[in-house]
Design a protein around this ligand. Structure first.
Ligand SMILES: [Fe+2]
Length: 358
């Protein structure tokens, strides 16, 4: 082939592009943004930041949750400072009415002006499952959402769950690193109610599956925090299980579906759905025990994680000297970079850009 017939090289994202993009999350996923109970029907709109984007979350008079860009198209001020009229938001600044689909319904100061009728506010697809509002964050090539597939443990009568929610001053990526590191249970949580047992030494193995990979101790199961499963299907989450001591009452292992939603590059909104596979009287017993006895113990464990990560900023990777137990988080980081590289390559090919592009 002569040089003249060579097509120009396909545009490729740089490592800096990839890391910058990942700082505020991976797109083309459903992410939980808030516990459902934080947003009241026909109540005050709630302003939050997720994946680096300012959002307003409000619930109409029928109880349906709506998520939109938190910016009035008139003067760019926060719609979350406005009024929930039951079927629309009214901007506090000049009374502009914004409908559920982002259309400007009325401009009371100048009826008939060109702004009226324009779909000027981005509206995000949203669903509610297991007490949380999930939102589709698509890139420019995926504005239409992929089907929402809930983690099985949150959407089946065979399981019972409680949502534990906490904002942390830590990057979402470090929270996932922590989740893909079962060995810290043996040390950091050694004095907890559920992680006092098992060998303090271990060898780990990784097993790929259709939607992610399992990282597990070789030769120890159902003793301590012995495995983590990264599942990236519609929602990206980590599932893990830890056996309960007798104080946990009857029923199966205690499990967690964990999702750390980026707020910005150094803050995350963390959703820990604590679940158990049980039904009937066992379910009722656990739910009672959880509320009366177990919940503070679980919070104490989670605080141990939060305290380690709180305020750690960015760049931990630069000083790390990892060993075999860290193969799970190494694999995770590589996986996230691959996913981001794929998204950015497609965007570049299509001549599109992305939020925060340098
Ligand atoms: Fe932990």
């Amino acid at each position: 082939m002569s040089a003249a017939t060579l097509s120009p090289a396909a545009p490729a994202p740089t490592d800096q592009d990839i890391q910058g993009y990942l700082a505020t999350g991976l797109r083309n996923r459903w992410w939980p943004i808030l516990p459902s109970r934080f947003v009241e029907a026909a109540g005050k709109p709630v302003g939050i930041v997720r994946l680096g984007e300012k959002l307003v979350v409000w619930r109409d008079a029928a109880g349906v949750a709506h998520v939109q860009t938190d910016r009035c198209p008139h003067r760019s001020v926060a719609l979350s400072r406005g009024v929930n009229e039951g079927d629309r938001l009214r901007c506090i600044y000049h009374g502009i009415d914004i409908g559920k689909d982002g259309t400007v319904l009325s401009v009371p100061g100048q009826p008939g002006c060109a702004l009226e009728g324009k779909k000027a506010v981005k509206t995000f697809p949203a669903v509610e499952v297991a007490g949380a509002i999930f939102v589709w964050f698509g890139d420019e090539l995926h504005l239409e959402p992929a089907p929402f597939i809930a983690p099985e443990q949150l959407d089946s009568d065979e399981f019972s769950s409680f949502l534990c929610y906490a904002d942390w001053n830590a990057s979402w990526r470090y929270v996932y690193d922590n989740l893909m590191d079962p060995m810290h249970g043996t040390f950091l949580h050694a004095k907890s109610h559920s992680m006092a047992n098992g060998d303090i030494k271990a060898v780990f193995a990784t097993k790929d599956h259709e939607n992610g990979f399992l990282f597990e101790k070789v030769g120890q199961r159902d003793v301590n925090f012995d495995w983590s499963d990264l599942i990236d299907q519609s929602v990206m989450f980590v599932r893990l299980e830890i056996p309960y001591p007798k104080t946990g009452g009857p029923g199966g292992n205690f499990g967690i579906v964990a999702i750390s939603t980026p707020i910005d590059d150094t803050n995350s909104a963390n959703f820990f759905f604590r679940f158990r596979k049980l039904s009937g009287w066992q379910r009722d017993t656990w739910r009672f025990l959880y509320k009366t006895v177990l919940e503070p113990r679980h919070w104490a464990v989670l605080e141990q994680d939060r305290e380690l990560m709180d305020g750690c900023g960015l760049g931990l990777e630069k000083g790390e000297m990892l060993y075999q137990h860290d193969a799970g988080l190494i694999r995770l980081r590589r996986y996230l970079a691959q996913q981001a590289r794929g998204q950015l390559t497609d965007l570049l090919k299509a001549g599109k850009t992305w939020p925060g592009r340098a």
